[in-house]
Design a protein around this ligand. Structure first.
Ligand SMILES: [Zn+2]
Ligand SMILES: [Zn+2]
Length: 1020
């Protein structure tokens, strides 16, 4: 029986999804991840803090992007021997979860949630999170992410909530907490206000069509004169209280009695013109003065510097209860505030005929009423950008309500100082964070909702605001309701009453819950046990998360060890969300940034660069992508694209990745096939090569070292694009230079050094790429390294010496010369197999010692280093030369065109008395008769294209070799099978002149020339 091959033969193309499932099973069976953690325990620490993912739906391909980047760098650091925490986080309360649960229960309003019951609603929220955290865990495992699954943190745990309470108490003690009465963006579906940081994203605006109305406000005591205002929100007109003009602008009265800004109507002829200040104080009749809501309102003209002269009429309708700036103006000018709508966006009873209608429904009624009163100057529609709820996509309105805020005033500069210590990748995002911090408003932390962080605020009529900082404090101060407190959520928490610290009154909690970004911002403290005196096993998994996680609550010493995070990574939009909230909370509590480094990245789009939407049919499900392209291919796609640009994702791109991966796969397959024939057997202990190596082997070793070190530098800079670029260049050098140049050494199977060198290169490359493509690298590792670490992920990062860069540059020059020669040949139309007489090379002198290899690769008889005879055409590079030469330019231009120039060294030229640098000219070389030239970056080659009978016959020999080799393949011959080759008589000269070479190339033991037969081969 023949001995089993050392290496498992590889198929021509890998089946990524199938091999990934196999590897996952191996990791499970062998507990590979646990072994890795054990191996690194006690090593240097790399502290990564996971930004929680919301467990409300299955993960999408955009989550796959972030999860991949996190996993890549955690794996890389693990290969470097770092001890890591690997704790995964789930965001699990707030609007994210509530809205999905409402949908699944068919609840359409807050009223219906209350009827359904808050306790049951809370349970449904927990159920949904429990379900989807399991779904997401499966998806992330399939993607290859290694985390400490089952010890996840959930932001709805009582521990997390308590830590936020502690933060809020601190904020209160510093005097930053206040209740604000403000105009706020309001979602009528969710029935809550939303804050600046949630709403700031571009995705929270859509194009909408709205009415565009020009409305007359008749002036009192000025018969026939009206102010004309412009509005796109008819529902706000019944709440009008004032009209604003720009004090220093000119306003004109038209012959038909309309007052408008002159700048807005330049073609209009006015009967009278005044300054805005002259209109201030005038009173007018409001459009709906008969409504109860309008009782006692005196409408007047107010000054406002911010009135825009870019749109409308230059006179602005002010509804103080329905717009943010309008509300601010009410404070300045002491205007009444009319709030026209309720929580659900319906007009309130004092609005008479309009009461009960939504802001959209009421528009047509308002327009009809304006018509009837003759107040509508003109009517149309407008398409403009309009804000929608970040969570449920309902168009927003403004309402004036009470909300709770944390003042940003005192923390702004400390946060900027903290951000100055952070290294951002890509670096330009650091400035974006600074910009956000400079412009952030006070933090609106309250939401009028149900399943979220209960704000621990107990205001008292005596003026005291009681803020509870922990569960212990709550228990101490409670007067009733503790016995039913299942967890720190509504409705249970609402039933606990406490005693006022200053007057002894019994108090209730405010009904509001907290902004979900408080939940995620506190995790640097809550999960690391910041002010926890002793370690509590499973102590983090409290309240709603008790059944879901086994996470411990560590002690303060542990926090000291792991805080701040060395690295965090999330999407760019998190600048105004998680990066902001965690920085805010950490700077408040400790005065420093909770992270040292950030990697941030843009959105995932489809492969044409369009946003993915289920409605447009271009969305790809994560599971479908995992099944169809495989995790490694996805990870390659994620890692190869610049993080500061939208990432393209799709099946066409995946096919391209699969094709490009074949360069490396084929190199491994080549090795496996020939190594099995030769009987080469590697030993892990003898990985490193010693002694004198053949020049090509030495080059591959040096090339491998350069690849390892360059990749290490890229990983250290959180630059996956750099790793991928280095890898692709290396795979190309390995396949298209080392293997290509060494083929014969492998065929003959005698040179074990060649096998050893190639094995070394492949094995080191697998280690470098393991963080990015963890499956296929482990699959190949297990095949190539029979006696080493059982998984590439346990093999550590390769330690290599500084490479001989001079040698690498030399071969890089050789490869450039060869590439240029191929380019020149392509322009000549001569096929690659046709041998030619001569190649002349100019530049790249270091390549001269490799003339023989160049001749072989380019298939020429002679390589000469000298001057390429070519017609030189030099043109001015105008963007560079124009500004420098000014009016001298035409003279230089003429001289160059006439060929009157002198060539200097270093790619410089002299023309019309001016010296021109290499960046200032465009140089073309046209081959002389009988030659083809190509040039780039200071290297030029000229290929002698004249053919003679001799060269033509040799070309036929090469054609024949190719033909025979493809016949061997078609007939299924093994690599080592020897043949007898039969040629027709017409080819007898070929056989005579080139027989030995042909035999060698096609493994023929004999060539027969047979007059009657065609070309044939027979296995011997
Ligand atoms: Zn909403
Ligand atoms: Zn009190």
């Amino acid at each position: 029986m023949p001995e089993a091959p050392v290496f498992q033969p590889l198929p021509t193309v890998p089946d990524h999804p199938a091999l990934e499932e196999e590897i996952l099973a191996r990791w499970d069976a062998e507990a590979t991840f646990e072994k890795l953690r054990e191996q690194n325990r006690g090593g240097p620490r790399f502290s990564f803090m996971d930004g929680p993912i919301t467990a409300n739906n299955p993960a999408g391909v955009h989550h796959g992007h972030g999860r991949t980047l996190k996993d890549v760098f955690q794996r890389y650091k693990a290969m470097q021997g770092f001890d890591e925490r690997y704790q995964n986080g789930f965001d699990s309360q707030g609007l994210w979860v509530e809205v999905e649960v409402e949908k699944s229960l068919g609840l359409a309003s807050k009223h219906e949630i209350e009827e359904y019951g808050l306790a049951e609603f809370a349970r449904k929220c927990v159920e949904r999170v429990a379900h989807y955290s399991e779904v997401m865990t499966d998806q992330c495992r399939r993607l290859g992410q290694w985390m400490d699954w089952d010890n996840d943190y959930y932001t709805f745990s009582d521990t997390n909530i308590e830590y936020i309470w502690g933060f809020l108490k601190t904020v209160h003690e510093r005097g930053w907490l206040y209740r604000g009465h403000r105009s706020t963006q309001w979602c009528p579906r969710c029935g809550t206000s939303l804050s600046q940081h949630e709403q700031a994203g571009e995705e929270n605006y859509i194009e909408m069509e709205h009415p565009s109305l020009y409305v007359r406000f008749p002036l009192r005591g000025r018969d026939g004169e009206s102010l004309v205002v412009w509005t796109t929100t008819p529902w706000t007109l019944p709440a009008n209280v004032a009209a604003a003009v720009k004090p220093d602008a000119d306003y004109g009265l038209t012959s038909d009695g309309r007052w408008v800004a002159v700048a807005r109507f330049p073609d209009e002829s006015f009967v009278r013109t005044v300054r805005g200040t002259d209109l201030v104080g005038l009173e007018y009749t409001g459009p709906f003065d008969e409504l109860d809501a309008q009782a006692g309102v005196v409408h007047r003209v107010i000054p406002w510097d911010e009135v825009s002269l870019d749109e409308g009429t230059g006179i602005v309708h002010i509804a103080t209860g329905a717009g943010a700036e309008d509300f601010e103006l009410s404070r300045v000018h002491d205007l009444p505030v009319l709030a026209p709508i309720d929580e659900a966006g319906r007009m309130l009873p004092p609005y008479g005929e309009f009461a009960g209608f939504t802001t959209t429904e009421v528009a047509v009624r308002v327009i009809d009423a304006l018509h009837a009163r003759g107040l509508l100057a003109s009517e149309g529609t407008i398409v403009h950008r309009y804000p929608i709820c970040w969570r449920c996509k309902t168009p927003l309105v403004f309402r004036v309500v009470d909300d709770w805020f944390i003042s940003a005033q005192e923390i702004r500069q400390p946060m900027l100082d903290a951000n100055a210590t952070v290294e951002w990748t890509p670096p330009q995002y650091k400035k974006r964070m600074d910009d956000w911090l400079r412009n952030m408003d006070d933090w609106n932390i309250s939401r009028k909702r149900y399943f979220g962080l209960p704000l621990p605020f107990y205001p008292c009529a005596c003026g005291e605001l009681n803020v509870i900082g922990s569960r212990a404090e709550l228990e101490e101060r409670a007067v009733s309701g503790l016995e039913q407190l299942e967890e720190l959520h509504r409705p249970w928490i609402d039933a606990v009453r406490i005693r006022c610290a200053s007057c002894d009154a019994e108090l209730e909690r405010i009904p509001e819950v907290g902004d979900a970004w408080l939940d995620a911002g506190i995790v640097h403290f809550s999960t690391l046990g910041w002010n926890n005196p002793e370690w509590i096993p499973h102590g983090y998994a409290t309240g709603a998360s008790a059944e879901l996680s086994g996470a411990d609550l560590p002690d303060h010493a542990y926090w000291e060890k792991w805080f701040p995070a060395d690295w965090v990574s999330e999407m760019r939009e998190q600048i105004r969300l998680w990066f902001y909230s965690q920085c805010f909370m950490s700077v408040t509590l400790t005065g420093r940034s909770p992270y040292r480094r950030v990697l941030t990245y843009e959105k995932v789009f489809d492969e044409k660069g369009k946003p993915m939407h289920k409605s447009t049919g271009n969305a790809i499900e994560l599971n479908e992508a995992l099944e169809r392209m495989g995790a490694d291919v996805m990870r390659w796609l994620y890692c190869a694209q610049t993080p500061s640009e939208p990432l393209k994702f799709g099946y066409g791109l995946a096919d391209d990745v699969k094709r490009r991966f074949l360069t490396f796969w084929n190199s491994v397959k080549f090795f496996v096939d020939y190594a099995n024939v030769s009987g080469f057997r590697p030993t892990w202990g003898a990985l490193h090569l010693h002694g004198d190596l053949a020049p090509l082997d030495r080059w591959l070793v040096e090339r491998t070292h350069a690849f390892v070190l360059d990749a290490e530098a890229a990983y250290e800079a959180y630059d996956t694009v750099g790793v991928m670029r280095g890898y692709e260049a290396y795979a190309d050098d390995l396949s298209n230079w080392y293997i290509r140049r060494s083929r014969r050494r492998f065929w003959e199977g005698r040179e074990l050094e060649a096998f050893q060198t190639l094995w070394y290169g492949l094995v080191q490359a697998l280690r470098v790429m393991a963080p990015i493509m963890p499956f296929v690298t482990d699959h190949l590792w297990r095949n190539l390294v029979p006696d080493g670490p059982e998984s590439v992920h346990l093999a550590g990062w390769p330690e290599v010496e500084e490479p001989d860069r001079a040698l690498l540059d030399e071969i890089a020059d050789v490869r450039r010369v060869v590439a240029l020669a191929h380019q020149a040949r392509a322009t000549s139309g001569l096929r690659l197999r046709q041998p030619l007489r001569k190649l002349v090379v100019e530049g790249a002198p270091a390549a001269a010692v490799h003339a023989g290899e160049i001749a072989d690769e380019v298939r020429v008889h002679e390589v000469e280093f000298g001057t390429v005879a070519a017609e030189l055409r030099v043109k001015p590079h105008l963007p560079a030369l124009g500004p420098r030469l000014g009016k001298e330019l035409p003279a230089v231009q003429q001289a160059l065109q006439a060929g009157e120039f002198e060539q200097l060294d270093g790619g410089r030229f002299r023309a019309a008395g001016h010296e021109l640098g290499p960046d200032e000219v465009l140089v073309e070389r046209a081959g002389l008769e009988g030659s083809a030239v190509a040039s780039a970056d200071g290297v030029a080659v000229a290929l002698d294209t004249t053919l003679d009978d001799e060269l033509l016959l040799e070309g036929r020999a090469f054609d024949l070799v190719r033909q025979v080799n493809s016949m061997r393949k078609d007939q299924g011959l093994a690599l080592t099978d020897r043949i007898v080759l039969t040629l027709p008589t017409g080819d007898s000269e070929l056989a005579q002149r080139y027989g030995d070479r042909i035999k060698d190339e096609v493994l023929a033991v004999e060539i027969r020339v047979d007059g009657d037969a065609g070309l044939s081969i027979a296995k011997v």
